[in-house]
Design a protein around this ligand. Sequence first.
Ligand SMILES: Nc1nc2c(c(=O)[nH]1)N[C@H]1C(S)=C(S)[C@@H](COP(=O)(O)O)O[C@H]1N2
Ligand SMILES: [Mo]
Length: 218
Amino acid sequence: MDDDQPPQDSKLTRSKEAWARSGKFLTGETSRPESERLPPGQHLTRDWPVLDLGLKPDVSREDWRLRIDGLVSRPATWSFSALLAQPQSTPVSDIHCVTTWSRYDNHWDGVLTRDVVLAVAPRDEARFVVLHSYDGYTTNLAIDDFAHEGALLAHGWEGAPITAEHGGPVRLVVPHLYFWKSAKWLKRIEFVAVDQPGFWEERGYHNRGDPWGEERYS
Ligand SMILES: Nc1nc2c(c(=O)[nH]1)N[C@H]1C(S)=C(S)[C@@H](COP(=O)(O)O)O[C@H]1N2
Ligand SMILES: [Mo]
């Protein structure tokens, strides 16, 4: 799908835009007691819900390519085997989705975004990244959030390949922010100087999305 053609707004998109307008799920609690693992307004699930625009791109490991470009000294295009040739890590983290479900202790396999940054060497002007996905979805992050501890390009979950419905072959996981920042079916990481709001950020969702500050909506 073309990066320049955002997916058509669906019924789901319209209802989530309405939640942003009305502040649905906001509790007004923004403190973070050290003992509290669950952010305000969230509830725990044991299963892993599927949430996306419904386009479900079907990309095999053989056909998958990741372009890493923009303001970097060493732009790269990685095949799946090139991704496996990067340093591999196995972080464990919690998921917090803005629709109020959280899931603890997810075991990931993949390449830390810190190691991606080391590989491509962003130029001094680079301050943000735009994530582009095979379904036309986009989302934006400051480089410090992209390269935050525990964030990775994930190809495995609980010892098995990430399934297509959860964004396989490769998705981003940024565990310290709401899960809409974790782009599924990752296709391109673009380093930019000026922040560019993505699909949900343009539709009433917060530009950063910290669950502990309940940064749900803009
Ligand atoms: N490419 C792509 N990535 C996406 C989305 C999407 O529609 N397309 N939805 C986001 C949202 S809103 C959420 S909550 C999570 C859901 O991931 P999951 O289906 O694996 O739970 O993916 C995020 N990443
Ligand atoms: Mo979401």
